[in-house]
Design a protein around this ligand. Structure first.
Ligand SMILES: NC(=O)C1=CN([C@@H]2O[C@H](COP(=O)(O)OP(=O)(O)OC[C@H]3O[C@@H](n4cnc5c(N)ncnc54)[C@H](OP(=O)(O)O)[C@@H]3O)[C@@H](O)[C@H]2O)C=CC1
Ligand SMILES: CC(=O)N[C@@H](CCC(=O)OP(=O)(O)O)C(=O)O
Length: 342
């Protein structure tokens, strides 16, 4: 059966990336494409890289337009999905790129987002233990934030093996597309080009509670998280550098074994050969995450470095991966691990 799929927020960056991937998905027919202020305009005004869809007209984002599809992807600003999805009961599968249903902790939600906490949906990170099985029967999926995707996957093998102390220190370099296409003064070309800057420091970034939530589930108890994003002059990509203390009994061999064991069967997580370090360029446009670790045995300090494309494994590719799991398609249908180089 070919799935009829709608994309809400089709004029945005995440919506555009979902469409780029769906155009090569053999089991999908692209249905309604919606936006807010851009409704009524042709998609080609916003996504010039998708000529096959250039003449399609963006519709208003309403339940009436989205109903009748087999799958609806929501690529909307935070807060917009909660109200909308309440009126999408008849849609068998809704996958949300936003943060509305990611956090279980209502207080953390209130601290970092506006509006009412709407609840939680199954978390769309298939590589977490048991999550693939849970997602197979999900009707609603909350995709992770882009930083939590790469950081959680970079540290998961160590926590799963019980080798990590419960405190992590993460600095993650990101491209500007993570902020969406809405005009923001600090993202003007003349502010970003030739310059890099930290932001959302000292626990204020909204992905900090999501990281705590993910790592606590892996550790089986609370984990301290220090997280600092760094905006860099590139369009796509995240390079996350994650530091953690390794428990005293663990050897370098234990660490290597844990990383090999917990990545070997993952179609999209690639542990690089020893001595090779991830680059954002190598995962551009692909759903792959590249991973490498270095262990300073004397100081018990592990550095895990992960790279993803924020728009692909960081949201749209992960969204398609989750749809494939629910519909029992091979998990990599419509997705690639091949990047673009140089
Ligand atoms: N960019 C990224 O790397 C990542 C994004 N995400 C998440 O994906 C979602 C979309 O992000 P992104 O594509 O970057 O954002 P953009 O700003 O690029 O796009 C937002 C889209 O939502 C539409 N929109 C805006 N307001 C409303 C509204 N009130 N009701 C309905 N539609 C609306 C816009 O339409 P219009 O053109 O009419 O304004 C546009 O199509 C966000 O929740 C974001 O957090 C998650 C991980 C990574
Ligand atoms: C550069 C930049 O601003 N990046 C965004 C990344 C957010 C993201 O992509 O994830 P969400 O789905 O949670 O919005 C940020 O730091 O907030």
């Amino acid at each position: 059966m070919t799935l009829r799929v709608a994309v809400a927020g089709a004029s945005g960056y995440a919506g555009g990336e979902i469409l780029r991937l769906l155009l090569h998905h053999p089991e999908v027919r692209i249905g309604s494409l919606t936006a807010a202020a851009s409704a009524g305009q042709p998609l080609g005004n916003f996504q010039p890289h998708l000529p096959q869809l250039a003449q399609r007209t963006l519709e208003a984002t309403t339940p009436e337009v989205l109903k009748g599809h087999d799958v609806v992807f929501l690529a909307l600003p935070h807060g917009a999905s909660a109200a909308l999805s309440a009126d999408l009961d008849d849609v068998p599968l809704v996958i949300d790129c936003g943060a509305d249903f990611r956090l279980a902790d209502a207080e953390a939600w209130a601290r970092h987002y506006d509006g009412e906490h709407a609840g939680t949906w199954p978390y769309g990170l298939p590589e977490l233990p048991g999550q693939r099985e849970l997602l197979r029967t999900a009707r609603r999926i909350a995709l992770p934030g882009c930083f939590p995707t790469v950081v959680t996957l970079a540290l998961a093998p160590l926590f799963r093996a019980g080798l990590a102390r419960p405190a992590v220190d993460v600095v993650a370099v990101t491209g500007t597309s993570g902020a969406g296409r809405t005009l923001k003064p600090h993202l003007l070309g003349s502010e970003v080009m030739g310059s890099a800057t930290a932001y959302g420091t000292a626990g204020t970034h909204r992905h900090t509670p999501e990281l705590r939530q993910n790592l606590a589930a892996l550790a089986g108890g609370p984990v301290e998280v220090s997280f600092t994003p760094v905006l860099a002059p590139m369009t796509r990509g995240i390079l996350a550098v994650c530091g953690v203390q390794v428990r005293d009994h663990a050897t370098a061999e234990d660490v290597r074994t844990a990383y090999a064991a917990h990545t070997a069967d993952e179609p999209f997580v690639r542990l690089l050969p020893e001595g090779r370090w991830p680059t954002t360029a190598a995962v551009l446009g692909s759903n792959a995450m590249h991973l490498q670790t270095g262990f300073d045995e004397e100081r018990r300090r592990l550095t895990a470095v992960g790279a993803i494309d924020n728009l692909t494994k960081g949201t749209a590719g992960n969204a398609v991966q989750c749809m494939n799991i629910v519909h029992r398609f091979p998990e990599d249908t419509g997705l690639t691990t091949t990047g673009v180089a140089p």
